[in-house]
Ligand binder design. Structure first.
Ligand code: ATP
Length: 650
């Protein structure tokens, strides 16, 4: 999804740079005053560089070897000064030129660094916000390590290159053109000799720069793969250790690591080769100019001072070209990074707000699925649809159970209600309105969800519960201090500790939280792994409860819990779902017996639909499954009564 054809040579890299500049133009424009100062500093520095050899010429021609004067080149104003006076003036001029150059270089560097840091900070924030809004289908298809490399490594490289390479590149290019112009003005014949090596320079630098870019891009890809392997292994460390996958993953990582090392060595080798080539070309040009220049001085057609200025310019003009090659190589590398960022920014989220989307009003909770069709990979159609022609209606406050074999499409169906994906055909209506007409945030804020393995964040318990209330997009403060209180409430209110504790009490979590050494301030380690499964679920229920949402989705919330935890969690869920339209996905048909509607879903189709007794009377799939479960439960002679529903009727 993120791979596109890359520029194959330096000519193709220019549009790539244009594309990057265009994409970041709004952020660049915001820094125009800093960039203007940087530009003035830059021009002044180039001017100071051009002035630098002239005092030396005058010292040669007027003080050291005055007899070689050419009358045409006399500067009457300097003739009026004594040699000592002239020397003093020229010595001061040397210091002043160096001072001017130092100050202007400082101004341009400081202003450009600040502007670049600000631009990159904004781009990074934009990229992070964009990533979070990209649809689930994108995230499932993309390795998280690759995304992390883009948001950290690629962005940092772009900042580094803007400051450390673009500024010198601009100064050097301007210096080069100005000096070449002055060289032609001084002596076109000598200038032509000096320029003879230019075609060679262009050919070798273009070829080598292209190869450097190619290897660099390959290296970045490998670094992304390494980051992805590491992120995957660390994220699933329990599974890795349990299945003894360490050595296997180490082998994959080492292979990428080794190849990355080889790519890095190759890049260094090519860069070094590029710089040495330029050095040799400069030496050839200098030798040719000196040879012809000395003849001109001997013939009296130029002064030694002229030759000195010419040679200094030649070296100064070529010295930047030597660095030009280095900067071009680095900028080429950064172009690949910049394109990776732009590629990501240009991905349009599959699920997004319509231009005329409205804020959803507080929902009653009437839900209707109308001929809904869905496939995760529409491109592979015609093939099997994940959901096919699903239609049903749920009145506000009703409890709907989704049952059926694994992989039937139950979780997919509720994902569509949350608009994690959009249907291929058909409509989902809440209170009679197509959910695509609502702004995503305002829709999702009114739906609470408790999953089988609820993810908690690396923050305190209080904060984890408070995360249940969504921020507005501009919020940047802690969820504890400024978050929307209740989706039905219009105004922003801070979430109080009382709200948090009430939600925890509803979720049967208050007592165990208070028993922890730091109570509500206890920091939960990443993914909540320091708590038991039942405790994690109850915090997740508290997080759902604080939302006070009119629609609640429970996706197998008690799977994997022991009997005691299950009872406690079920009790909390019963309280959570009072007065809400509730969807429960379950494989345990005892849990859904008393529900208002049961949807039996298999292979993406709703094969049966009705109450428990209606479905038993139909004596088809649901009834068969129920009888099997009953028989298994009886044969195990468990003390639990099949007639006892797990989610109590309020
Ligand atoms: P279970 O009871 O095991 O949770 P389910 O009934 O909830 O299953 P879904 O998770 O909705 O079933 O999956 C329905 C089908 O869609 C399955 O074939 C599954 O492999 C496929 N599927 C689920 N998620 C994705 C995804 N992100 N991308 C592609 N296919 C998916």
């Amino acid at each position: 999804m993120l791979q596109r054809d890359r520029p194959k040579n330096i000519r193709q890299a220019v549009p790539a740079m244009q594309r990057i500049l265009q994409r970041f133009w709004p952020q660049i424009r915001q820094q125009r005053s800093l960039l203007t100062f940087a530009g003035i500093g830059l021009l002044t520095e180039v001017f100071a560089r051009l002035l630098a050899p002239w005092p030396l010429k005058l010292i040669f021609d007027y003080i050291l070897i005055p007899e070689t004067h050419n009358a045409d080149l006399d500067w009457p104003i300097l003739r009026s000064l004594s040699p000592q006076g002239l020397l003093l003036v020229l010595a001061i001029a040397i210091v002043a030129t160096a001072g001017l150059r130092a100050i202007s270089a400082y101004i341009s560097l400081v202003n450009l660094s600040l502007a670049a840091s600000r631009i990159i900070t904004k781009v990074r924030a934009q990229l992070y916000a964009h990533l979070q809004r990209l649809s689930l289908s994108f995230h499932y298809q993309t390795q998280s390590g690759d995304l992390l490399t883009r948001i950290t490594g690629d962005i940092e490289r772009l900042r580094d290159v803007t400051v450390n390479e673009t500024l010198p590149l601009l100064i050097n290019t301007l210096t080069l053109f100005s000096m070449v112009g002055i060289m032609f003005w001084l002596d076109w014949e000598l200038a032509l000799i000096a320029m003879a090596v230019l075609p060679l320079f262009i050919i070798s630098s273009t070829r080598l720069t292209y190869r450097i870019r190619k290897v660099a891009r390959q290296q970045r890809r490998r670094e992304s793969a390494m980051a992805a392997t590491a992120a995957e292994a660390i994220g699933a460390i329990k599974v890795v250790q349990a299945l003894s996958l360490e050595s296997r993953l180490e082998r994959i990582f080492s292979s990428d690591n080794q190849q990355s090392l080889e790519d890095s060595a190759r890049t260094q080798q090519l860069s070094a080769g590029l710089q040495r080539t330029v050095e040799i070309l400069v030496a050839i040009a200098t030798a040719m100019v000196l040879w012809r220049g000395v003849i001109l001085v001997q013939q009296g057609n130029a002064t030694p001072g002229d030759l000195l200025v010419f040679i200094t310019y030649l070296k100064s003009a070529f010295k930047p070209t030597r660095q030009l090659a280095k900067h071009m190589a680095k900028i080429s590398k950064a172009t690949a990074s910049g394109e990776r960022i732009v590629d990501l920014l240009e991905i349009v989220p599959a699920v997004r707000n319509k231009p005329d989307a409205i804020t959803a009003p507080p929902f009653q909770g009437n839900i209707q699925f109308r001929n809904v069709h869905f496939a995760y990979d529409p491109d592979s159609l015609p093939g099997r649809l994940t959901l096919e022609n699903i239609s049903f209606q749920a009145r506000a406050g009703q409890r709907i159970a989704l049952v059926g074999p694994s992989g039937g499409g139950k979780s997919t169906l509720v994902s569509l209600l949350l608009r994690l994906y959009d249907p291929l055909a058909g409509k989902i209506l809440i209170d009679g309105h197509d959910i695509r007409d609502y702004q995503l945030n305002s829709l999702r804020q009114q739906i609470s969800i408790v999953l089988q393995d609820s993810i908690l964040f690396g923050a305190s318990i209080s904060e984890n519960i408070a995360y249940g209330i969504s921020h507005t997009s501009s919020d940047s403060t802690s969820p504890r201090t400024e978050i929307r209180h209740g989706s039905r409430s219009k105004e922003l209110k801070p979430v109080s500790q009382t709200d948090i504790e009430q939600a925890a009490q509803l979720a049967n979590a208050h007592d165990f939280i208070m028993a922890l050494p730091q109570g509500y301030d206890t920091l939960i380690s990443e993914r909540g792994s320091t708590l038991s499964g039942g405790q994690r679920q109850r915090i997740a229920i508290a997080r759902a409860a604080i939302r006070k949402a009119p629609i609640v989705i429970l996706d197998e919330p008690t799977v994997g819990l022991d009997r005691k935890s299950e009872r406690s969690v079920n009790d909390a869920l019963t309280k959570l779902t009072q007065n809400s339209t509730t969807f429960l996905i379950t494989h345990d048909l005892r849990a859904s017996k008393d529900f208002d509607q049961i949807l039996y879903i298999e292979n993406g189709r709703m094969l049966e639909h009705g109450t428990h007794s209606q479905l038993l009377a139909q004596d088809q799939h649901y009834a068969a499954l129920y009888h099997i479960q009953s028989a298994v439960a009886k044969s195990r002679s468990t003390c639990e009564c099949l007639e006892e529903p797990c989610l109590h009727t309020p």
